[in-house]
Design a protein around this ligand. Structure first.
Ligand SMILES: [Zn+2]
Ligand SMILES: [Zn+2]
Length: 310
């Protein structure tokens, strides 16, 4: 029997520090989407990994962060466009909502400040300091972080993840390519949902469990979504349910991911509800396992010897 894992890049406004103009539709929808997802997962008794940007654990900040050698201007929105928006810069209440949910979620990390690890100004010292800060602010609230999702999925500095106590991360998955090739692949995956991969966790050279993604649940938006949804069902629901059914019938992990702030409209909510309901149905009828990234790490590290590089 395979399993299903949901991982969420929980960031409110922290996905966009280097955007010249903020996507305010997503920023403004982010709190409601977060709360809506907590309720949805409770309704279906489905746990998820919430990879939370560490900054959101804070109550307040100086909007400068001089102790963190981040790229120039990284915190400019904090004192600029978002100066008056504490609601999307801080979220200890939303972290508490995840922890106090009926279902036992895994609270993980999406770094402290969301600086991509492949940014030209990212240094080893910055990543070390950023991860240390993420772990510390979570620990202040009694949260021990084990699961990590890289900002913008830029995998790097995995040895530092191990140093800071993480045990598992979501890796980048297949290269998405650009332009036409990517569009062609998306169309092909809709026509043949069997292309969405079930994945296998593996232990990397630092003793961490690498869990690749199967499917980003919001990679097919705009006119393409509307056109295809009119012709069939929502193409992402079609792909996800096919992969969930394969996990229920065989082996492998169906690893689905999204940002809460992707869920900005009724179509997005309908998509998520259809997918989570399908997971619950397969679990109840066929014994499909629902796990978090932390559960996967526990399962894999118990059964496989780890080869840690000093
Ligand atoms: Zn700040
Ligand atoms: Zn992110």
């Amino acid at each position: 029997m395979g399993s299903v894992v949901f991982s969420l890049d929980a960031e409110l406004a922290w996905g966009f520090p280097d955007f010249a103009s903020l996507p305010m539709d997503r920023v403004d929808a982010s709190r409601d989407a977060w709360s809506w997802l907590v309720d949805l997962f409770d309704e279906y008794d489905v746990p998820a990994t919430w990879a939370v940007v560490g900054h959101l654990f804070l109550e307040d900040c100086d909007a400068r962060h001089a102790d963190l050698d981040a790229p120039d201007g990284w915190f400019a929105h904090e004192s600029g466009a978002l100066a008056g928006r504490h609601d999307v810069r801080f979220a200890p209440d939303l972290v508490a909502a995840v922890r106090n949910a009926d279902v036992a979620h895994d609270v993980g990390s999406h770094s402290f400040a969301h600086v991509p690890f492949d940014h030209p100004e990212t240094t080893r010292e910055l990543v070390d300091a950023d991860l240390g800060r993420a772990v510390a602010v979570a620990a202040d609230q009694g949260v021990v972080l084990e699961s990590f999702v890289f900002p913008r999925n830029a995998v790097g500095f995995r040895d530092l993840l191990a140093k800071h106590g993480f045990r598992t991360y979501r890796s980048a998955g297949a290269p998405t390519g650009t332009g036409l090739a990517r569009a062609a692949r998306k169309i092909a995956a809709v026509v043949d949902p069997g292309r969405v991969p079930l994945v296998e966790p593996r232990v990397d050279e630092y003793g961490l469990v690498d869990l690749p993604p199967s499917l980003f649940l919001f990679g097919f938006e705009g006119r393409a979504r509307d056109t295809l949804a009119a012709a069939w069902t929502d193409p992402i629901v079609r792909q996800a349910t096919d992969a969930i059914d394969r996990a229920a019938a065989g082996d492998g992990v169906c690893h689905l991911w999204l940002h809460p702030n992707n869920v900005v409209d009724d179509a997005g909510r309908a998509r998520l509800e259809a997918i989570v309901a399908h997971v619950a149905r397969r679990r109840d009828q066929d014994g499909l396992v629902v796990e978090t990234m932390r559960d996967v790490a526990d399962r894999v590290l118990e059964t496989e010897p780890t080869t840690t590089v000093a």
